[in-house]
Structure formats: C-alpha cells, structure tokens
Design a protein. Structure first.
Lengths: 268, 324
C-alpha cells in the first residue's frame, strides 16, 4: 500500500494527540487531591492508590460498576439471542416486508436517545421496571438489537449457501443445523456483535441515567452526581473514569481488525 | 445468488420485531399523543392539535426560537467536525504503517477513544482543558492565550470540537484504512509503470476506491454529531449561556427539566424526522454496497485464475487525465 511523505511524523503526532488526554486522566488518578490542586506536575510525585481503594471499598461506588455490568450483560445476551435467527432470515430469504423491516431496524439504531428518554421513563414506570437493570437492558435493545442484526447478517451472508443445503440433505433439522453448524461457522461474527452490543450499552449514559434512580444507578450517573455534590474530588473522578475505560481496553486487541466493520454495521 | 421467497422466515424475525417494537413503537405512540396536547400538571391534558408544531417552526415564539437556534448550532457543529475529521481521517489512514507489529499497535491506539464511555470522554476533556489543573488549559494560559471554556463562548466551542475530533477521527481513519486495504497491489504497480505522481495515485486510485467507505463515514459522523448529547453536556453543560446547547440537550431540558411534555414531544417528532431522512440515504448507500459486494464476491473466482491481472488496471487508468 502506498503511503504519503512524512507519514511516520503524522502518525506519531496523531497518536500523541489521542494518548495525551488519556495519560492526563491516568496521571490524575494516581495523584493526591492536594497535589492536583496545588501544583502542576507531569507525573505523580507522591503516587497514591487512595482513590482506587475508595472505589473498591465504598459500596456506593463499586455498586455502580456492578449495576452497569448487570444491564450490559443482560442486554448483550438478549440482543444476540433474538438477532441470530433474524440475521439468518434476512440473509437467506425474501419475505413480505423484509426490506422495510430492515430499514425500520436501522432507523431505530440511529434514533436519538433524547427522543426516547421521556417516553421510556413513562413506559418502564408504568410496568414497574423502573430502577431495575431490566429497564435499561430493554431500553438499550432499541439500538443494540438492530446493530446485532445488521452485523450478523453480514457474517451469515459470508457463509456459502451450499453448506445449508448439504446439512438439510444430510437430515439436519433446522434448530440442529443452526446450533451445530451455523453458529460455530460465524463464531467470530457473534463475538464481534457481542462486543459491540457490550460497548454501545456500556458507553450510553442518557437512557441509563433516566431509567434509574437509586437501586440500579450506573457508574456513569454516579460519576456525574458525586462530582457536583462533593465539591470536585478530581482524583476520585479520574480513577472512576480510568476504571470505565478498562473493559474496552482489555478486549481491544482481539477486535482491532473488526472495529471499522462493527461501527459501519458490518458493511465494510 | 437470488434469495428464495419464504414467508415462514417471519417466524425467525418475530423475536426481533417484538423486542424492538416494544421499545420503539409504544414510546413513539406516546410521543405522538403528547405532541397534540397541552398539560398544566396533575395529569390533566388538553387538546392542542398542531399548535406545538406551528410554534416549533416559528422563530418568533420561545419554543421555535430555542429549537431553531439549537438546530442551527447543531448543523454548524456537524459541518465543522465533518470538515476537520474527514480530511484528517484520510491523512491518518494514508499514514498507517505498511506492515509488522506497528500496524496492530496503531490500530489499537486509534480504536481506544472509540471505546471510552461518552461521559468519560467529557470528563477527560473537562479535566484536560481546565486552566488550573488540566495540561491543555495550563499550557495555553502560560503561552499567553486567555483560554477558559467555562466562561468564553469561543473557547467552549473549540473545546467541544477538538473533543469530537479526538473522539471520532479514528473512526473515519479506520474506515478509510479498510477501504485502502482492499486495493490490489496490481493497481499501484500499474500506476508505477505509468509513472503516476503521488497525487495522481491518490486521485485516480485511492479516492475512488474509498468512495463508498467515505460516504458511510460521512453519514455516520453526521448522524452521531447531530444527536450528540453526553460529551458537551458533561464538559460545558450547554453553556456558557446557551452557546453549546445542541438539539438533544435542548430537548432533554424541555422534556425532563421543565416536564413540558407537549413541546418536547413535538420537538422529538421533528428531530426524529430529520434523522429518518438522513437514515434513508444511509440505507440506500448501504444496500447498494451490499449488492456490489455480492457481485464482487461472485466475480472473483472467475477473475483470479487469470495471470494477467496487472495489465487490466493499467488500462483502467490510462484514459484518466493526469495519470501519465
């Protein structure tokens, strides 16, 4: 592949631009609040783990992570489970209204969360799910299910049709074919779809904050609220931020070649 | 490879339909219902017809003024970030290392901002830009710029834009990189034989090949920036004044702040309609790409055995001006 002159320099500058703000957050999370406020230091001169210790011992903090993980996992499982058969149907068959349905799914993926905040609040209060992880998990389905369908459809289309036909000739029933043959073949696709469902549910704040109050409050909401109430505990805020980056950073290596594909809904 | 017609496929789609309809259709009906009514609290509702919609599109009223102002700000914001992120993304994609471990390293670092929760993106820049404790604010102020995103409108805008560039340029770059990788080496060899300049290679080979991914990138970035809420909300809270109040922030203010259900619902519908139109363009691009992809997949096995793959692109290139 041809590249442009000075590419090493451009790349280096851009990567520094990306990493510098993140470094600053990590840097702050290891400083004492006295050091943050009084001096400008490029690295922690008196490194401390007090902020992390506080998060892992104070229930009002670590419960936020547990709540977030709870609804994210529920959402990912629901999304993948319902999206798998649908992706197969969209990939292999034509049926009444298939194109409209496919577009309708996409339009929900793209709908602004702000539009749904208030009606979701009413809906989930009415059916008694308000302030439970289920409310947020179901609410996030509105963008994650379409996302999973679109991504998985791309992967299923990559499986040659002859495999289906051979399996059916060999006497496989549809459910058996689906679980024994198709799912293993698109395992990497399921991994990618699950990763993106996890990620988009993890990064969303508006709906998660609107649909919870005390019991199921996500870490993102705890971060915004504690900051305004406690008079800016910068070190703690930074530590909480670093911890929310970790899930993404852990799996990033495995999905590095699929990032573009996932964001483009499996169409690149 | 025509798909077979099978109406039973609906049974496979049904779970998805039910789950999404539950969280999309029901709430949307509520919104339509509210948008035609007015409330004075106590759950008493009064019929208002299309009153809110008239007010919404009339800049002389309070609601219309706020909506159109935030819409204008939002469109300006989207235009600016597209104007920066698309060229920058292309440049970064072209600067990717060719092979070895550095490719993987660059991909990982590029993807990192995309996977950070949006409110933490806001927090990162909130901290990074503060004049007292942030590196950026501190350095700028010591260089003689009076930078303060809390009180100065221009600084707030610059911060929000730079934050978005930081957050999302990688997406454009990764999409472009995926497009660039799909160009066969033969094209470059042919260009070399023709003595094409670096710029000509970009214009005649790389840009046309990136056409589709670029279109996807532009549409994705437009829609996401048009719906932006969390990041500017955390950094500036829509201020100073209303200077960085985008449509979503305005909507949440009206809906959950003032609990003005009718106004918020009318705004939601108009907002949703705009997104829907852009979304339709996006869908057309995507599905066209899908048929193209299948055509390529079908054509490949036939084309591959031919050893003379190289001369063909040369022929493609020759008619274009400026290549030779």
């Amino acid at each position: 592949m041809h590249s442009i002159p000075g590419r090493r320099l451009i790349m280096a500058l851009f990567l520094i631009f990306l990493l510098l703000p993140i470094y600053w957050l990590v840097n702050m999370s290891f400083k004492t609040n006295a050091e943050i406020v009084s001096t400008m230091t490029l690295w922690p001169h008196t490194p401390t783990l007090q902020h992390y210790r506080r998060i892992f011992t104070d229930e009002s903090w670590y419960s936020g992570y547990i709540n977030s993980l709870e609804y994210v996992v529920i959402n990912t499982v629901i999304s993948i489970a319902v999206a798998l058969p649908a992706a197969y149907a969209f990939s292999r068959y034509r049926f009444l209204g298939d194109k409209h349905l496919f577009f309708w799914l996409l339009s929900n993926r793209m709908a602004p969360a702000a539009v749904y905040a208030l009606p979701f609040f009413n809906l989930y209060s009415a059916i008694g799910l308000f302030d439970t992880p289920w409310a947020v998990a179901l609410a996030h389905c509105i963008f994650n299910v379409p996302l999973a369908v679109w991504i998985l459809e791309g992967f299923v289309s990559g499986v040659p049709r002859e495999i289906d036909e051979t399996a059916f000739l060999d006497g496989y029933s549809f459910p058996r074919f689906f679980i024994k043959i198709l799912v293993p073949l698109i395992a990497s696709g399921i991994g990618v779809a699950a990763f993106f469902c996890f990620m988009f549910s993890w990064v969303e704040l508006l709906l998660a904050r609107t649909l919870t109050s005390v019991q199921a409050k996500p870490i993102a909401a705890i971060m915004t609220r504690t900051v305004s109430a406690a008079g800016m505990d910068w070190g703690l805020l930074a530590a909480a931020g670093v911890l929310t980056i970790i899930p993404g950073a852990l799996v990033i290596w495995f999905v590095r070649n699929y990032i573009a594909r996932g964001f483009a809904l499996g169409r690149v | 490879m025509d798909k077979t017609i099978n109406q039973k496929a609906w049974f496979l789609v049904l779970p998805v339909f039910l789950v999404v309809a539950f969280s999309a259709v029901l709430p949307l009906m509520t919104v339509v219902n509210y948008s035609m009514q007015d409330t004075f609290g106590n759950n008493q509702f009064f019929w208002n017809g299309v009153g809110w919609f008239k007010e919404l599109l009339d800049p002389s009223t309070d609601l219309g003024g706020r909506f159109l102002a935030s819409l204008g700000r939002n469109l300006f914001f989207s235009a600016v970030i597209l104007a920066i992120e698309v060229p920058l993304g292309i440049i970064v994609a072209l600067s990717m290392p060719r092979e070895g471990w550095s490719v993987a390293a660059c991909l990982v670092i590029l993807a990192l901002p995309l996977l950070i929760p949006w409110n933490v993106v806001g927090t990162i820049w909130q901290i990074f830009g503060r004049p007292d404790i942030g590196l950026l604010g501190y350095v700028l102020n010591h260089l003689g710029f009076n930078y303060n995103y809390v009180s100065n409108e221009v600084d707030a805008w610059v911060t929000v834009i730079v934050m978005d560039v930081w957050h999302w340029t990688s997406l454009v770059a990764l999409l472009c990189y995926a497009g660039l990788k799909s160009i066969p080496d033969a094209y470059y060899q042919a260009a070399q034989i023709d003595g094409a300049s670096r710029w000509a290679v970009f214009k005649a080979i790389q840009l046309p090949k990136m056409n589709r991914v670029l279109l996807i990138a532009v549409l994705l970035r437009f829609m996401d920036s048009f719906m932006i809420y969390t990041e500017p909300f955390v950094v500036t809270g829509g201020g100073p004044g209303n200077s960085t109040t985008f449509v979503s922030i305005e909507l949440v203010k009206i809906a959950l702040g003032q609990f003005d259900l009718g106004k918020a619902a009318a705004l939601s519908l108009v907002y949703n309609l705009i997104i829907l139109i852009v979304c339709w363009v996006f869908y057309t691009v995507m599905t066209n790409a899908g048929t193209e992809r299948k055509a390529v997949a079908q054509g490949e096995p036939a084309a591959e055995p031919k050893p003379a793959a190289a001369p063909r692109p040369a022929g493609v290139l020759k008619p274009k001006e400026g290549v030779a």
